[in-house]
Design a protein around this ligand. Structure first.
Ligand SMILES: Cc1cc2nc3c(=O)[nH]c(=O)nc-3n(C[C@H](O)[C@H](O)[C@H](O)COP(=O)(O)OP(=O)(O)OC[C@H]3O[C@@H](n4cnc5c(N)ncnc54)[C@H](O)[C@@H]3O)c2cc1C
Length: 502
C-alpha cells in the first residue's frame, strides 16, 4: 500500500502535535526525527535519581479553547489521588527576592512592600511615578522608555533594569519597546492596583482568567509528573497509530530535485551513519538558523547571511536537592524545612548571576521522591560559549550552591544532597540584530510549497507551547486541505497575549 508521508523535524510540542493531528485528520504517515534521546523539546521533563526537573517551569494555560481541550483530552484533570495520567490544577505564587527580602509579584502597594522598601525609597518611587505621568518619554524608542513610562524611573531602576539585562544580556536601551508590549502587555501601576482590589473580592477560575493579563494569571494546569509526561503520552498515541520516531537522529541537510524539496539527510548520533529519507511533506521545528544552513547553496546569499546572524539566548538550570532552607521569617513557609510556598522566585539581586529559582515541590509534589526534601532549579540566562556556559558541570554546581548561601537562602553547602547541571542551547529566539530582516527568510521558505516552519525556534518566535501547537495545527490543516498558503500558520498570535515571563 502506498501512503503519503510527512517528515517531522523535532519531537517537541509542535512536532508531536503535528504528528497526532495528521493521523487524526488524514492517512498521511508522520516520520519524526529527534536529535535528543527523549521527547518534549524545551517542554521535556528530565529524570534525575528518581526526581523530575521541568526546564523552566511550564504552566499549562492558554487563551485558546482548542489547546486547553487538546491537553485535557490527553491528560484529564485530576480525579483522584491514585490517577497517574492526569493534570493537577495548581495555584501560582511567584515572588521577587530583593534586598534579601521577599516582595509580591507583581509588586503590589501594600503594607508589606512599604515596610520592605522603606519609606524613603517608597516616597522616591511615588514622586518619580507622578513625574512620569506628567512628562512621559515620547516617542518610546526602547524598552527603558517603555518601563519608565509605565512604572516611573525609580521603580524601573529598582525592579526591572537589572533583571531584564540579566535575562537578555543586553542593555534595556538596546531592546525594542515591542518586547515590553508583548511580555507585560497592558500591565501598569493602575492595573496592578485594580487587580489587587478585585483579587480581594473575586475567586479566580481558569475560565475568567482568560480575561486577565498574562503576568497576573494565578491558576494553571500542570501534568502530575511534569510537562514531559503529556508529551510522552502524545508520543505513545502517535506510535500506536503507526507513526515513526527515531531518537538521536539529527536532520543535517535537505535534498532538492529541480528546486523541489524531496528529502532530508539524517545523522544517527550514536553510530554516526547518515541516511537519506524521502517524503511528501516536511514540517520543521528546528532552529531557523540551522535549517537555512542545512540547505547548502539552495537559499539566496542574503537569506543565508540573515539566518547565520539570527540571535538566541541560552539557558542553564542547576537542579539541587536540599534538606532545608535557611530560616527566613519572610518566606511565609508552612514547612518544617522552611520551604517557601512559591512555584518560582525572581532573584532581583545584582550580586549573583542566578535569574530565577524554581521550587519543583510546589509545581507538583510528585516531581520529588522524598517529600521532606526540597527540589530546586536555579536558572541562569547566558550565551552559548560565554564564561558561564564554558564552566564544567562541577563548577556550575559549585557556583549555584555558593550563590544560594550568599543569598542567605541556604545555611551552608552541606544541606545539598544531590545535584545536576542542564544546558539548553537556543532556549530563547531573540528579536535583535538580523531578526529585523526575518521577513526575507520567510519569503524564501514560503516558496518551498511542501515545507512548513512551525513552533518556537522553527519560526523564531518567543512563544509558549500553545502557540507551537496552534502553528502545527494550521500547518496540518494546510496539508490536509491541499491549500498550501502558509499565511494562516504565520498569523497565529496567541504569543502576543501570553508568555512565560521574564
Ligand atoms: C525557561 C522557559 C520557561 C517556559 N515556560 C513556559 C510555560 O510556563 N508555559 C508554556 O506553555 N511554555 C513555556 N515555555 C515555552 C515552551 O518551552 C516552548 O514554547 C515549547 O517547548 C516549544 O515547542 P516546539 O516544539 O516549538 O520547540 P522545542 O520545544 O524547542 O522542540 C524542538 C525539538 O526539535 C529538536 N531538534 C532541533 N533541531 C533538530 C534537528 N536538526 N534534528 C532533529 N531534531 C531537532 C529539539 O531537540 C527539540 O526536541 C518556556 C520556555 C522556557 C525556555
Amino acid at each position: 500500500m502506498t501512503y503519503k508521508t510527512a517528515i517531522i523535524i523535532g519531537a517537541g510540542p509542535a512536532g508531536l502535535t503535528a504528528a497526532l493531528e495528521l493521523q487524526r485528520q488524514s492517512g498521511i504517515k508522520p516520520i519524526i526525527f529527534e536529535e535528543l534521546d527523549q521527547v518534549g523539546g524545551i517542554s521535556r521533563t528530565i529524570r534525575h535519581n528518581g526526581n523530575r526537573i521541568d526546564i523552566g517551569g511550564h504552566r499549562f494555560f492558554s487563551k485558546s479553547d482548542w489547546v486547553m481541550q487538546w491537553w485535557q483530552q490527553i491528560l484529564p484533570p485530576d480525579i483522584s489521588e491514585e490517577t497517574e495520567n492526569c493534570m493537577l490544577t495548581r495555584s501560582r505564587l511567584s515572588r521577587i527576592y530583593f534586598l534579601r527580602k521577599f516582595f509580591d509579584y507583581p509588586i503590589s502597594l501594600n503594607r508589606h512592600t512599604v515596610f520592605n522598601l522603606g519609606f524613603v525609597r517608597m516616597f522616591r518611587i511615588g514622586i518619580s511615578y507622578v513625574w512620569t505621568s506628567y512628562f512621559p518619554r515620547k516617542p518610546e524608542k526602547n524598552l527603558e522608555d517603555f518601563f519608565i513610562n509605565r512604572f516611573g524611573k525609580t521603580l524601573y531602576l529598582t525592579f526591572f533594569k537589572d533583571y531584564t539585562e540579566k535575562v537578555w544580556g543586553v542593555p534595556c536601551v538596546d531592546i525594542s519597546p515591542e518586547w515590553g508590549a508583548q511580555r507585560i502587555k497592558g500591565l501598569s501601576i493602575s492595573k496592578a492596583i485594580i487587580h489587587a482590589v478585585k483579587k480581594t473580592f473575586t475567586k479566580q477560575s481558569l475560565e475568567n482568567q482568560k480575561k486577565t493579563q498574562t503576568s497576573l494569571i494565578e491558576r494553571f494546569l500542570y501534568p502530575k509528573y511534569g510537562p514531559g509526561q503529556l508529551w510522552e503520552r502524545v508520543t505513545d498515541e502517535v506510535l500506536e497509530r503507526s507513526g515513526e520516531l527515531s531518537f538521536q537522529h539529527r536532520v543535517k541537510s535537505f535534498l532538492f530535485e529541480q528546486e523541489k524539496l524531496v528529502g532530508i539527510t539524517v545523522l544517527n548520533l550514536q553510530t554516526l551513519e547518515e541516511k537519506d529519507v524521502y517524503g511528501d511533506y516536511f514540517i520543521s521545528t528546528m532552529p531557523v538558523k540551522n535549517l537555512i544552513a542545512a540547505m547548502g547553496d539552495t537559499p539566496p546569499t542574503e537569506v543565508k547571511a540573515i539566518a547565520a546572524d539570527l540571535p538566541y539566548r541560552d539557558f542553564i538550570t542547576v537542579g539541587l536537592l536540599v534538606n532545608k532552607f535557611k530560616k527566613n521569617a519572610q518566606s511565609q513557609s508552612a514547612h518544617e524545612n522552611n520551604m517557601p510556598p512559591d512555584n518560582w522566585i525572581y532573584i532581583q539581586e545584582n550580586d549573583v548571576k542566578i535569574g530565577r529559582l524554581q521550587i519543583f515541590n510546589n509545581w507538583s509534589p510528585y516531581l520529588v521522591v522524598d517529600p521532606d526534601k526540597i527540589w530546586l532549579g536555579l536558572e541562569y540566562f547566558c550565551q552559548e560559549g560565554d564564561a558561564l556556559w564554558a564552566l564544567s558541570d562541577d563548577d556550575l554546581i559549585n557556583l549555584a550552591i555558593a550563590e544560594m548561601v550568599k543569598l542567605d537562602l541556604l545555611a551552608n553547602k552541606d544541606d545539598v544532597l544531590d545535584q545536576i547541571a542542564i544546558r539548553v542551547p537556543k532556549a530563547y529566539p531573540a528579536y535583535f540584530g538580523s531578526y529585523q530582516k526575518f521577513h526575507i527568510i520567510r519569503e524564501f521558505t514560503d516558496t518551498i510549497s511542501n515545507l512548513f516552519l512551525v513552533g518556537r525556534n522553527g519560526m523564531h518566535k518567543y512563544n509558549n507551547q500553545d502557540h507551537s501547537m496552534l502553528t502545527a495545527r494550521f500547518a496540518v490543516d494546510c496539508i490536509v486541505s491541499g491549500n498550501l498558503d502558509k499565511q494562516k500558520v504565520w498569523n497565529v498570535n496567541v504569543d502576543d497575549d501570553y508568555h512565560e515571563e521574564k
